[in-house]
Design a protein around this ligand. Structure first.
Ligand SMILES: [Fe+2]
Ligand SMILES: [Fe+2]
Ligand SMILES: [Fe+2]
Ligand SMILES: [Fe+2]
Length: 405
């Protein structure tokens, strides 16, 4: 499958922004700002274009483990905003670094994410001094902490001067000499003008370069699994939902005799179908009581949000359609676009059936999933009401009964 790194980066950064905006006391767009500043610093250090692409990628994804970290370390504590620190801080670095190993991009800088909170004087979570950490980690650390402290998209002369004084003061304490020199070489007030939200990615993608790369099916699976972790950890109620939908969509693809490429594309659509849930507040996703109409409408926006995050990935147009239309109904009453049976192709219908079957059969912390027969009988009612496809439901009844027997 041919995809473009910069497109994927953009979609990642949008999704992660949504998570960060909810979980951290930080303004939306943090990942992109950190990436942009790292590119400015990297250029001041004389890095080549391909290295800048790497740095932009790593910086965009530096907090990729946020949702997983919170589930694992905070054991689902109900926190509006996390002011995490101390020993626990290192956990998201470890998980984040591990997740990146699986990404099929050419991210060669080992340990850049692992050590992105190390202080130059060795007082970070792993007590590494600056010279013991890779330069990419030092750059991300500097950009990350400066954005958190000074909000890089909102600079004026006065704030800029304060930031310069801070960076100078922090040499050998927070920041290495090399990073401080790069800062004063490259980070002018004018250079920060590209930090405004609207312009940011245009600048970044120009710098990060373009060009399609052909990814193998195995690489696509790894890429999907990276996303799946971030999405599924968003809610304790749906911890294996995307993984289940991806696997089931692929399994059904095999049942229909599709080749490996097509089955992988179905896996991908399943993996990202609920990507937009990153933009839905966890409090509503996890509300134990009945949702109000307003809350229900808010949850429904996830399908549209998935579309927003995926629509600009060139080469992924078909899979995006399959993924985004999983809540459309044949009678035209579904969402987000109210498509009807004339507009919904086979793969979109399949994805809708797979999503429903998976949701019905998977367990939740407070209840067991339905057995196969019960799930199919509920789906048959939906067929009667002209919501979902009759033939696919019948196929799933036979094929998945064999599998669950
Ligand atoms: Fe971090
Ligand atoms: Fe960060
Ligand atoms: Fe959904
Ligand atoms: Fe779903």
């Amino acid at each position: 499958m041919k995809l473009q790194f910069s497109d994927l980066l953009y979609s990642f950064s949008y999704g992660l922004d949504c998570v960060e905006g909810q979980l951290l006391p930080i303004a939306a767009g943090h990942g992109k700002r950190v990436a942009r500043l790292c590119v400015i610093l990297g250029r001041a250090l004389g890095m080549e274009a391909d290295e800048l692409v790497e740095i932009a990628g790593l910086a965009t994804l530096h907090d990729n483990a946020l949702t997983e970290f919170i589930r694992v370390e905070f054991q689902d504590e109900d926190k509006e905003k996390l002011h995490f620190g101390g020993k626990k801080l290192g956990a998201h670095c470890v998980i984040g670094e591990k997740n990146l190993e699986k990404l099929p991009f050419a991210l060669k800088h080992k340990n850049a994410v692992l050590y992105h909170h190390e202080e130059a004087n060795g007082k970070g979570p792993f007590q590494k001094k600056a010279w013991e950490t890779p330069l990419a980690a030092q750059l991300i650390h500097m950009a990350d902490s400066l954005d958190t402290r000074f909000r890089l998209d909102n600079m004026d002369e006065e704030k800029y001067e304060k930031m310069c004084a801070y960076v100078q003061k922090m040499q050998d304490i927070r920041y290495s000499k090399e990073c401080v020199e790069a800062f004063f070489e490259g980070v002018t007030l004018e250079a920060l003008a590209g930090m405004e939200k609207a312009e940011l990615f245009t600048v970044l993608s120009t710098e990060a370069g373009s060009g399609f790369k052909d990814y193998s099916n195995e690489e696509i699976h790894d890429f999907c699994n990276f996303w799946i972790k971030i999405i599924d950890y968003k809610s304790k109620f749906t911890r294996s939902h995307s993984l289940g939908v991806a696997a089931l969509a692929e399994k059904m693809g095999k049942y229909y005799g599709y080749d490996e490429d097509k089955c992988t594309r179905l896996y991908l659509a399943g993996a990202v179908h609920d990507l937009g849930k990153l933009a839905v507040h966890s409090k509503i996703l996890e509300k134990p009581d009945k949702l109000t109409d307003k809350e229900y409408r808010h949850i429904q926006t996830h399908a549209y949000q998935s579309w927003i995050m995926l629509k600009d990935i060139k080469g992924l147009e078909e899979e995006t359609k399959w993924a985004v239309h999983h809540h459309e109904k044949l009678d035209g009453t579904g969402y987000p676009f109210g498509k009807n049976e004339d507009e919904l192709g086979f793969e979109e219908r399949l994805m809708a059936c797979v999503d429903i079957y998976q949701a019905l059969t998977e367990g939740r912390p407070y209840k067991e999933g339905f057995p196969h027969e019960k799930a199919i009988s509920i789906m048959k009612e939906m067929v009667e009401r002209r919501f979902i496809d009759k033939k696919i439901t019948e196929d799933m009844e036979i094929f998945l009964a064999e599998k669950s027997a």
